[in-house]
Design a protein around this ligand. Structure first.
Ligand code: XUL
Length: 540
């Protein structure tokens, strides 16, 4: 009988579970719970609640628990005997925090298999909501922490990133400042990943180095909680934080609840959950330095493995722990798929029609440029959302469609330049990578081939592959990451798009103009309109 490995991904808009079998490494089952549709009684939109000014973005931790209940039920009713699952791990949207009272741990150790997790966990939260990665309401706290740590550069050197509004430390500080009593009543603060990991473990789970480095609280060099950062964030915080561990640690066996309720084997091994980006690094097969991936999801991210710690002192990127024990660099753009969808929906288009417009419109967009901050943006930092259009109007469909895609690809290229090496190839992943025309623009802008994998669920796949690797190591079998990646058919490209070389100079020039527009809008730079008109004259 085959062995099975489970990977679960709790992302912004849905929870997914995938089962991989060993030794074939083929996807056996995939289950998706969509929060807005399947759990509509929570009233979320795209999985979150957004305040009027767009700055506060929260979700409900009980929503994730109920999604997990549903996912496990569906898995149980499927045709794979759950006792054959040897190990499981998971992934969650990064940075979000879950605040728990002192009932949490005792509730977990006494879970009643006749009741759902949702029913039993109802009373364990000291804060009903969880701020998530889309939140940008903590600028004041970012400044305070950064000042206490001696400025941006020393914050980056300490924690791997500058302070960012969505990072857990500034979020925790805001919670403490706004509601000190609730903060005091909080016994444990978990990341979404370690919270869900705790549910399987039946006790409070450690946080892994990958997700721990998205908090502005972990020292990026020695991978321990950073005393100075903790002190700068909130009083007595160290007592409320779980331990930190290496991502490949076996943290224990599955709790009896899952054995009795769903028929899991009591020997099922657990790894700590990690963030979606560290999981995706493995889930798209990036284990060699120099490889690069672009994930087009709710957020667009650009990430690459690092063999040695190397920091972006300009402060726009992050360095996280990677599941293979090294590091990864990541740049996160908040205006990803939701921004693309705004344009698509505004013009009532299907994705096919959207693609056709990209096919029929010329690279360079006839000299028209958009800066697409439909939501507050992370990179570059834009707190007040606004869409800027240069050389066209809001009603011009073709200009808007090409405008947003070129803007997103140019911004990715501009803000990844600190990594010095232009990528030799880009692996594309995430829901948006289904759209070949978007990827062709990416390939043309970077002048690099784009490899398309048959993987839309790289975070869940990464979690399942991590489970295999650690399970094998636990049983004394040495399996290298590169071997595991080779074995996984889904990680072999199904298509490679090549860049159209005649667009090289055009996009080099357009990138400079785009960068000038960022400076014009955000840093009171010189108006580059003349440059744009000259570009238009030259090419169109
Ligand atoms: C990364 C980030 C996003 C979320 C999305 O820093 O904020 O990619 O992890 O789920």
């Amino acid at each position: 009988m085959n062995d099975y490995f489970l990977g679960i991904d709790c992302s912004t808009q849905s929870m997914k579970g995938i089962l991989l079998d060993w030794p074939l490494l083929t996807l056996q089952t995939k289950i998706i719970i969509n929060y807005d549709k399947d759990l509509s009684h929570y009233g979320t939109q795209n999985g979150v609640y957004i305040s009027k000014d767009g700055k506060k973005v929260h979700s409900n931790p009980l929503l994730w628990v109920e999604a997990l209940d549903l996912l496990l039920e569906k898995l149980h009713n499927g045709n794979i005997p759950l006792h054959t699952i040897k190990a499981l791990s998971g992934s969650a949207q990064q940075h979000g925090t879950v605040y728990l009272n002192d009932k949490f741990v005792s509730m977990l150790s006494n879970l009643n298999p006749n009741k759902s997790l949702t029913l039993q966990l109802n009373g364990v939260f000291s804060r009903e909501i969880s701020p998530v990665w889309m939140d940008s309401s903590t600028s004041k706290q970012c400044q305070e922490i950064r000042d206490a740590l001696g400025g941006s550069e020393s914050t980056i050197r300490r924690t791997g990133s500058n302070t960012f509004e969505r990072f857990s430390g500034p979020q925790i500080r805001k919670f403490y400042q706004d509601t000190p009593k609730k903060y005091e009543d909080t016994a444990i603060i978990h990341l979404i990943s370690s919270f869900l990991s705790s549910l399987f473990l039946g006790k409070s789970s450690p946080i892994d180095y990958g997700d721990g480095s998205g908090m502005n609280l972990m020292n990026i060099t020695n991978k321990c909680w950073d005393e100075k950062a903790i002190k700068a964030t909130a009083p007595n915080l160290i007592q409320k934080l779980p331990k930190l561990v290496e991502s490949d640690t076996i943290i224990g066996n599955i709790a009896p609840y899952y054995v009795k309720r769903y028929g899991f084997s009591p020997e099922t091994k657990l790894l700590p959950w990690s963030g979606d980006n560290p999981n995706s690094l493995i889930g798209v097969g990036l284990v060699e330095p120099g490889q690069v991936a672009v994930s087009l999801g709710t957020s667009d991210t650009y990430f690459t493995p690092l063999q040695h710690l190397s920091l972006d002192l300009s402060g726009q990127s992050h360095v996280f722990g990677a599941p293979n024990g090294n590091y990864m660099a990541l740049i996160c753009f908040k205006n990803g798929s939701l921004a693309r969808e705004s344009i698509k929906n505004h013009f009532n288009l299907t994705w096919n029609e959207f693609s056709n417009i990209l096919k029929l419109t010329p690279p360079g967009n006839l000299g028209r440029i958009m800066l697409p901050y439909f939501y507050p943006e992370i990179v570059p930092l834009v707190l007040a959302p606004r869409v800027y259009r240069f050389g066209f109007e809001e009603y011009d469909m073709n200009a808007n469609v090409r405008g947003i895609i070129e803007a997103q690809c140019l911004a990715i290229r501009i803000h990844s330049q600190w990594l010095n090496k232009a990528p030799v190839e880009i692996i594309a992943t995430g829901g948006g990578s289904e759209n070949r025309e978007i990827l062709q623009v990416l390939s043309d802008v970077f002048q690099a081939p784009v490899k398309i994998l048959n993987v839309l669920d790289s975070a869940a796949l990464g979690a399942a592959l991590r489970s295999i690797k650690s399970f094998k190591a636990y049983n004394g079998e040495k399996l290298q990451w590169s071997e595991l990646i080779q074995l996984c058919k889904d990680l072999q490209p199904i298509e490679i798009l090549t860049p159209r070389e005649d667009n090289k100079i055009l996009y080099d020039e357009m990138m400079e103009i785009y960068q000038s527009y960022e400076q014009f809008i955000l840093q009171n730079g010189k108006d580059p309109d003349k440059k744009r008109l000259k570009f238009k004259e030259n090419y169109f």
